[in-house]
Design a binder for this molecule. Structure first.
Ligand code: TYM
Length: 327
């Protein structure tokens, strides 16, 4: 049984990209592994958040975890900020991270470009993410493609610490899905689908109503021509839609091509919309139940309690190795 950990930021509406690239795999992994999944609220505040919205979105992400199929009896679900060791180990690892390493992070470059002022937390974000992972001696980290660079830094920091202070951390491996690791925007297949895109037509939110989903997919940009062909180089827009179709169904891209051969984009897009609706409708119904039931409070309290036991032990060992006087 491997230790698995991952997290999602409560910084806006979760998208189909978050589901296909990450959450779907969380649900599958809970059957076989020792899993922890976090709502990473301390990461969300690396860009300005309105307090009431942050609270609402954090609860919403927790409810979506359960609605999507995470079972608190199998996987530990908790808020990052409920386990203070994240902030503590985050600081300790920040002091071991080089400026050059953080300057190379593409997520930082993307999120800071064109901004007049950028918070220091956005820069040191990857050290906190490393702490999230290393606190639990994690073996596997299921994430989308965009997190790969952060995982590389996490591995480097684990190795650096182990070398300097003796074997302490497990060096984790990223687990990046073969299909759907980078779901692209519906309005521009050169950009990843993202909840922070100001154009809501560019993403499908997990809580979008069926009609909104149908409308967004019917308006999704397609390439010239009319052939439903999986060719990411030459037909990036349609290939993105095929990848979404594939991730929402049991069909491979080749089977999808064959199904729509000679039919053009219309029938393909119509069926794709129904695939997405069929995937999300039960999640949305369960989401409403979870929010109404009040069960989240207990799930999160239990999750944090379990997490703290492991995290406190790791921080103690780390502080001892680094030379702190223990309390
Ligand atoms: P976040 O909140 O941006 O995204 C959560 C997860 O969803 C994946 N994802 C996507 N996958 C495919 N296509 C897309 N368009 C797409 N958009 C997002 C992300 O790759 C991610 O797996 N830094 C992390 C959160 C984090 C974390 C951690 C993850 C903090 N601590 C520890 C793992 C372990 C982030 O910003 O994810």
């Amino acid at each position: 049984m491997k230790r698995v950990l991952s997290g999602i930021q409560p910084s806006g509406q979760l998208t189909l990209g978050n589901y296909i690239g990450a959450m779907k795999h969380f649900v599958a992994m809970q059957e076989e592994h020792d899993c922890s999944f976090m709502i990473v609220d301390l990461h969300a505040i690396t860009v300005p958040q309105e307090p009431a919205a942050l609270r609402e979105q954090s609860e919403s992400v927790a409810a979506l975890f359960v609605a999507a199929g995470l079972d608190p009896a199998k996987a530990n679900i908790f808020m990052q900020s409920h386990v203070r060791e994240h902030a503590e180990l985050g600081w300790l690892l920040t002091t071991m991270t080089y400026m050059g390493e953080l300057e190379r992070m593409t997520q930082f470059k993307d999120k800071s470009s064109g901004k007049e002022s950028v918070g220091a937390g956005l820069f040191t974000y990857p050290s906190l993410m490393a702490a999230d992972i290393l606190l639990y001696q994690t073996d596997l980290v299921p994430v989308g493609e965009d997190q790969k660079q952060h995982l590389e830094l996490t591995r480097d920091l684990a190795g650096r610490f182990n070398q300097r202070y003796g074997e302490t951390f497990t060096v984790p491996q990223p687990l990046i899905p073969k299909v759907g690791a980078r779901v692209m925007s519906l309005d521009d297949a050169s950009k990843k689908m993202s909840k922070s895109n100001p154009n809501a037509g560019s993403y499908i939110a997990l809580l979008d109503s069926p009609d909104v989903i149908r409308k967004k997919i019917s308006r999704a940009v397609t390439d010239s021509g009319r052939e439903v062909k999986f060719d990411p180089q030459n037909k990036p827009e349609v290939s993105n839609l095929i990848a979404i179709y594939s991730a929402c169904s049991a069909l491979t891209p080749q089977e999808i091509e064959a199904r729509y051969e000679g039919q053009g984009y219309g029938p393909f897009k119509k069926d794709l919309a129904e695939q997405v609706v069929a995937l999300l409708e039960p999640i949305q119904a369960r989401y409403q139940e979870v929010r109404a039931s009040g069960e989240l409070r207990r799930i999160l309290a239990d999750g944090a309690e379990n997490a703290r036991q492991v995290a406190a032990q790791t921080v103690r060992t780390v502080k001892e190795r680094m030379g702190f006087v223990l309390d």
